[in-house]
Ligand binder design. Sequence first.
Ligand code: ATP
Length: 419
Amino acid sequence: MTFSEFLGALKDNPYFGAGFGLVGVGTALAVARKGAQLGMIAFRRHYMITLEVPSKDKSYQWLLSWITKHARKTQHLSVETSYMQHESGRVRTQFDFLPSPGNHIIWYKKKWIRVERTREKQMIDLHTGTPWESVTFTALGRDREVFFSILQEARELALKQQEGRTVMYTAMGSEWRPFGFPRRRRPMSSVVLERSVAERIVDDVKEFIGNPKWYTDRGIPYRRGYLLYGPPGCGKSSFITALAGELEYSICLLSLSDQSLSDDRLNHLLSVAPQQSIILLEDVDATVIRRNLASENPVAYQGMGRLTFSGLLNALDGVASTEARIVFMTTNYIDRLDPALIRPGRVDLKQYVGHCSQWQLTQMFQRFYPNVPLGESERFAERALAVSASLSAAQVQGHFMMYKLDPAGSIDNVKDIVR
Ligand SMILES: Nc1ncnc2c1ncn2[C@@H]1O[C@H](COP(=O)(O)OP(=O)(O)OP(=O)(O)O)[C@@H](O)[C@H]1O
């Protein structure tokens, strides 16, 4: 008996015949299911548009906030805790509910949009230690405008949340991440530098930002470097913070004494800094010190601080973008810096920020005790300078804090300023 004869005999058998009928129905169902799947794929391909945004993309956090705003009715939430500084200076803890991983439906511009937030359990971003995530937007139709509109709105929403604040970024692995809570912008008037010093720098930066064409016309990289040097506590960092506020820029803070910083990482970080930000390199003398120590004692410094001096120079030279790139460096020891580091092109403007002059002391007193006659401020300045000619603004501020409501006490006890 052949195999087909055998199958024929089975079909004719009353017990097995019914089974064959079921197999026929099952096959039909499978075919129908397959057909539906193919139909769905074809429908998706031709009548639906999707946009996937990975968590590494700059717009990812903005989009999560946007989704939170639009998916108000969703019951599946996760929380993100942040800190916000109030006008009063108080720091408030803020809980933001974000849509949890899964599907959410949003009605937006007369369209239903499915938003799927996925989190990879298996994959971790090694640089930040966070799981890989993505959000996928799916809408009916072929019009991409809806996605542009969502991205644009999400960006504007994020900018609005930062209005009046300065965002500080710190380097986390190969990325810049917001650090702490956005700070209230520091007014320029709150930092008292020697007469016309602040104006000189502010004018220079504004002139630079306003003239990209000048640079492109001449083929000069559109970047500008600044070096503020001088003793501790005289206002270098405070001034840069106030400048960022004035320009409505954020600050990307990087300490060159960070032992985990390598040439490649620095190079990468400088090239991916957020738009409209000042890159602030602190302790810029640290690389030079390390280089000297390492050459004196190579064994002890082996493997430490893979950032080399030439790596720093290369990274600074590589900083070029279509956007104004502003790099500020600070140091307490300019004499320790290699001339190659501060040559024009790497540092275009150097400014000494030193101990308080008589004019500065008068201004500081006036700002702290606004209702006191000018003569009293001048008297304080004279007496303070008689105590020490090298007072830092931080020292003076500390002294005022001891006599918050007592300007006369602040003058009478001025000798305590050096304690
Ligand atoms: N010129 C200034 N006017 C007003 N406040 C100042 C000034 N300089 C310093 N201060 C105050 O002193 C503190 C320390 O200042 P800041 O960190 O800006 O100094 P710095 O020069 O950057 O010091 P370092 O070299 O140690 O980094 C801040 O709280 C700041 O408010």
